[in-house]
Design a protein around this ligand. Structure first.
Ligand code: C5P
Length: 227
């Protein structure tokens, strides 16, 4: 069977990664969560005191990009690759609300995007990959064989993210999550470099009223037509 690149873009917390993992598992493809890469750079900036509520040392961050090494290591138990920052497993800590609150400001920086996009393109050289993010079908892989664009109401998305974070024990409020999701969507869609837009040839999926199974079934039919 021929191997293809599947690009999944969309707004925050639309279930992109859940769907991407399902497809990757079904096809034995590699799954890459590019949001994790932007989140890991953000964690690096926070730990090095380059970004906080009232400070943003953008130039210093740009100058230290060479000392940031990102990778994914496949976790057999979980069935997907976990994110590593300079050799440390950061999979859990990068999902915190603190990182979420700064990540879109880091993702606006062209130098950061250039570094991560290059790495993402290298990961896709052999195809057989499902990658999710905001600019995968528009910038990273404009020739991807299949492009999906995910959407859902802001309320549905905030509720999903709230349940996810509460389940793992994070102390967060629904309102805080809703505001974060809306603010990130605004910054991501209006930035100058690689804004979040639906690629012309992307298939849009609104999953506000779809169960995970219904969504997977629907997408699998689309995927199978491309193989
Ligand atoms: O996918 P996730 O919500 O984890 O992404 C976190 C943030 O990383 C997004 O809100 C966006 O600012 C940034 N991002 C991006 N381009 C991507 C993936 C994520 O700008 N390809």
């Amino acid at each position: 069977m021929k191997k293809i690149i599947i690009a999944i873009d969309g707004f925050s917390s639309t279930g992109k990664s859940t769907l991407a993992k399902q497809i990757a598992q079904k096809l034995s493809y590699v799954y890459v969560d590019t949001g994790a890469m932007y989140r890991a750079v953000t964690l690096f900036a926070m730990r090095n005191k380059l970004i906080s509520e009232n400070k943003f040392e953008k130039e210093k961050l740009i100058n230290s990009l060479n000392s940031i090494e990102l990778s994914f290591k496949f976790n057999e138990k979980l069935g997907f690759g976990e994110a590593y920052l300079n050799g440390e497993n950061v999979e859990k800590v990068i999902r915190s609300i603190e990182v979420s609150n700064f990540v879109s400001r880091i993702a606006e920086i062209s130098e950061v995007r250039r570094k991560l996009v290059e790495q993402q393109q290298r990961m896709g050289l052999e195809k057989g990959i499902v990658m999710d993010g905001r600019d995968i079908g528009t910038v990273v892989f404009p020739n991807a064989a299949l492009k999906l664009f995910m959407n859902a109401s802001a309320d549905t998305r905030a509720k999903r993210r709230f349940d996810e974070l509460s389940k793992r024990g994070d102390k967060v409020s629904y309102q805080e999550i809703l505001e974060n999701v809306q603010l990130r969507d605004h910054i991501d869609s209006t930035r100058d470099d690689s804004p979040l837009v639906k690629a012309k040839d992307a298939i849009e999926i609104d999953n506000s009223n779809l169960t995970l199974e219904e969504q997977f079934k629907k997408v699998l039919e689309i995927v199978e037509n491309k193989l």
